[in-house]
Write a protein that binds this ligand. Structure first.
Ligand code: M21
Length: 143
């Protein structure tokens, strides 16, 4: 459901501030995390992969080898309203994407590829929140 995905994205995005400096992700490369869902968004900066790595660590969603921790990720998604309707499918999508890029040894680069795969898969199954949903929320938060 797109609204649940919006909440998970914005929740996960809360860690961006904490991870900007250590990942070297400048505001020029990504202003706000939710832009990730935009059709035109390009997954080109390795720093974005490093930022997602850092953010995932912040929420304790990775194993020692920087792979998705299935149980913790499931719990994290379920911590959002109606998260239980999305958790299993999201973990599956991420894991399928993970397997596809197993040969990339660089964690930041691999996670960037996984993130793009995740975004594209979610779009193809209509799980991606629309820009309208995200912008409405963003405006509400800013008020
Ligand atoms: C729904 C909100 C945010 C999702 C962001 C990026 C998802 C990318 C998944 C990376 C997972 C990293 C696993 C490492 O093997």
């Amino acid at each position: 459901d797109q609204t649940v995905m919006k909440d998970v994205t914005l929740g996960f995005g809360q860690a961006l501030d904490k991870c900007r400096e250590e990942s070297g992700l400048t505001e020029e490369k990504m202003e706000e995390f939710f832009h990730f869902w935009h059709d035109d968004f390009k997954f080109v900066h390795r720093e974005l992969g490093c930022a997602i790595l850092c953010m995932s660590r912040y929420f304790n969603l990775l194993t020692e080898t920087s792979r998705m921790h299935h149980e913790n990720t499931d719990k994290f998604i379920k911590s959002f309203p109606n998260g239980e309707i999305l958790a299993k499918q999201m973990v599956e999508i991420i894991h399928t994407c993970e397997l596809r890029f197993e040969s990339e040894p660089d964690h930041c680069a691999r996670i960037l590829l996984i993130a793009e795969c995740f975004r594209d898969t979610c779009k193809s199954v209509n799980l991606a929140p629309t820009m309208e949903i995200l912008m409405a929320e963003f405006i509400l938060q800013a008020e």
